[in-house]
Design a protein. Structure first.
Length: 447
């Protein structure tokens, strides 16, 4: 039997009328536009779901003995990003740091790692009918083949890691990665981005970290792979858990990284109120950042009419759609909109005053950056996914299937929720019922 064969059964949520959500979603997808319709509105053409694979079975098949107790958690979290393999219906995906949550203890939130032995992995999948099948998986390891883990890196900079019940402190790990975006290079190696550093990580075809590029001044020591301070030091002001999340590979080979949220510059309040984040262009040949761009979010109630907290705005995915053209996903956990931007030379702000953290006001504090002379990237809305029936929440990965079709993947957070109710009295997961799905969306007007 394959190590990825389905294991535990899960009870799915149902509507009040007793009709399973999966049946309703399938009906919506099957319906599509009416026969002979000339609709130009985007619509879902396919939805496929990942089956239940015990996390311990998955992890120990890759790195034996790493997970002693998976606490009833199934494989999930592969929706951190999605990238075409070049074969129809097949994609590379990547997990994040693994099952994690937050529990408030004595008035303070603690970050929990219920399965601390979990190692982030690159997962190759195939969409077959209404099923997502795992074809292969590659553990991300140090240069000595040891798991990097998903644990926090640095005390005082990253959240302190705790056990599933938030009672027992865990050790920090300089090797730990909170992986998000993924692309595959022509030589078969992979590029990933990470939220901790934030960092850009070059990984061999077998998953070994070849180099981790971090901001100047991070001073990350003790890692069992090369750490290179090659990114602007201003990135040291990233919000906790809001480092790099999107990664794209342009036709010429350059990489574009998206900072998930505005920097906390000069402080957290400024970052929470800001609608301006940053994209960075990196040359693998030069091993250096060659450009930086200011990206302006739409108002939060435009992205998500149910939300009024600007700090909920995030970029989770960026996709190359031509020479120097990028599809950018703006989202909250409940809604998402995709825009196209052009990375023109005149928009480059690298090395200027906005990379100096003593500049006042900072880029993040400007109410209207363009009016202050900042060359903010112009953008064009392609699709508001909240208006497309059948698209799930928390879309974190976007891939281009063909000229008119996108593949979307959601992050189900391994079925976890925050709070003390995430696990029962026996320390077993109380599953959220949210599945990992790949959803195809047809854009009749193209991109």
């Amino acid at each position: 039997m394959s190590p990825y064969a389905t294991g535990r059964r899960r009870v799915h949520r149902s509507l009040a009328a007793g009709v399973p959500l999966a049946v309703v979603a399938a009906a919506l997808v099957a319906a599509g536009p009416a026969s002979g319709s000339t609709t130009t509105a985007p619509y879902v053409t396919r939805t496929a779901t990942l089956g239940d694979i015990p996390l311990g079975t998955f992890s120990n098949a890759l790195l034996p003995g790493t997970v002693a107790d998976d606490r009833g958690v199934d494989l999930g979290g592969i929706g951190s990003d999605i990238y075409p393999t070049g074969r129809k219906g097949e994609f590379w995906t990547v997990t994040d740091r693994g099952p994690n949550g937050q529990i408030k203890v004595d008035g303070s939130k603690r970050r929990t790692f219920p399965v601390p032995g979990f190692d982030p992995a690159i997962v190759k999948i195939r969409v077959s009918g209404d099923t997502v099948k795992v074809l292969d998986a590659i553990p991300i390891t140090t240069r000595f083949g040891k798991p990097v883990t998903g644990l926090s890196n640095q005390e005082g900079r990253d959240e302190a890691p705790y056990s599933y019940d938030a009672r027992t402190p865990l050790s920090y790990n300089a090797n730990g990665l909170d992986t998000e975006g993924i692309v595959r290079a022509g030589d078969g190696s992979f590029w990933l981005v990470d939220e901790y550093g934030p960092s850009l990580v070059h990984v061999s075809a077998r998953g070994r970290v070849l180099a981790r590029y971090v901001p100047e001044g991070l001073h990350l020591t003790g890692a069992d792979y090369p750490v290179v301070e090659a990114l602007p030091s201003v990135l040291l002001h990233r919000k906790i858990n809001r480092g790099f999340e999107g990664l794209a590979q342009l036709p010429g080979g350059d990489l574009v990284m998206a900072v998930q949220s505005p920097l906390s510059l000069p402080d957290g309040d400024a970052g929470d109120a800001s609608r301006t984040t940053r994209l960075l262009r990196f040359s693998p040949k030069k091993k250096a950042v060659t450009a930086e761009y200011a990206y302006r979010f739409d108002p939060v109630n435009v992205v998500d009419p149910s939300e009024d907290d600007t700090s909920e705005l995030k970029i989770s995915s960026v996709v190359a759609v031509g020479r120097d053209r990028l599809l950018v996903e703006e989202r909250t956990d409940k809604a998402a909109r995709l825009h196209v931007v052009h990375l023109g030379r005149t928009a480059n702000i690298l090395g200027g005053p906005w990379d100096d953290d003593t500049t006042s006001p900072s880029l993040e504090q400007l109410d209207d950056p363009a009016a202050s002379g900042v060359p903010v990237l112009a953008k064009r809305l392609v699709v508001d996914l909240a208006t497309v029936d059948g698209v799930p929440g928390k879309i974190e990965g976007v891939a281009r299937v063909d000229r008119d079709t996108l593949a979307l993947i959601n992050d189900n957070d391994f079925g976890m929720t925050d709070g003390t109710g995430a696990f029962d009295a026996n320390g077993r997961l109380v599953d959220s019922g949210i599945e990992t799905t790949v959803t195809y969306v047809r854009l009749p007007r193209g991109i």
